[in-house]
Write a protein of this length. Structure first.
Length: 145
C-alpha cells in the first residue's frame, strides 16, 4: 500500500508515555509534525490517522486508561470532518477531559465558531513558518502536562 494511503501509523512507541492523536490527511503536514515533535519532545507517542471515521473508530476501541492526552483534528478530513468528529465525541463523557484542537488552513470564522461550540478547546490556523509551528507544538505539548 503506498505510504500516502496508509490510514493509521504509529510514529513513536514510548513505553508508558502519553500520546497525542492526530486526524491529519496531508502527508506533508504529518511529516513536518513528526520532525518538530521529535526535536522538541520525543517522549510522547504520536498516532496519525488520515480518515475521520477511522479516527472515531480508533478512539472508541481505546481503553479509558490509554486515551490520548490530546486530540488534534484537521478540519477537512475524508468521511468525517473535524466538526463532525467533535460532535460525535461531545456526547461521550469519556472524552470530556481530553483536550481537542482543530488544526486547519481555513481561517473562516464560521468554521471556528462551530468547532468551539462543539467542544474544541481551540481552533489553530496551520502556521506557515517553521518557528510558528514550533510554538504551536509547544502549545500542544502544554496541554498534555
Amino acid at each position: 500500500m503506498p505510504h500516502h494511503l496508509e490510514e493509521e501509523k504509529l510514529v513513536f512507541k514510548a513505553a508508558d508515555s502519553k500520546s497525542i492523536l492526530f486526524g491529519e490527511d496531508d502527508i506533508d503536514d504529518e511529516e513536518l509534525l513528526k520532525e518538530i515533535f521529535s526535536s522538541v519532545d520525543n517522549s510522547l507517542t504520536l498516532t496519525f490517522i488520515n480518515n475521520g471515521k477511522k479516527l472515531v473508530d480508533y478512539l472508541d476501541a481505546v481503553p479509558d486508561h490509554l486515551l490520548p492526552c490530546l486530540v488534534v483534528l484537521d478540519y477537512n478530513m475524508p468521511e468525517l470532518d473535524g466538526a463532525a468528529i467533535l460532535e460525535k465525541l461531545k456526547y461521550h463523557m469519556r472524552y470530556a477531559n481530553v483536550p481537542k484542537l482543530i488544526w486547519s488552513t481555513s481561517q473562516t470564522e464560521t468554521f471556528k465558531k462551530k468547532c468551539l461550540e462543539l467542544g474544541a478547546d481551540n481552533y489553530i490556523t496551520k502556521p506557515s513558518k517553521v518557528s510558528e509551528l514550533v510554538e504551536t507544538v509547544r502549545y500542544m505539548l502544554s496541554l498534555c502536562r
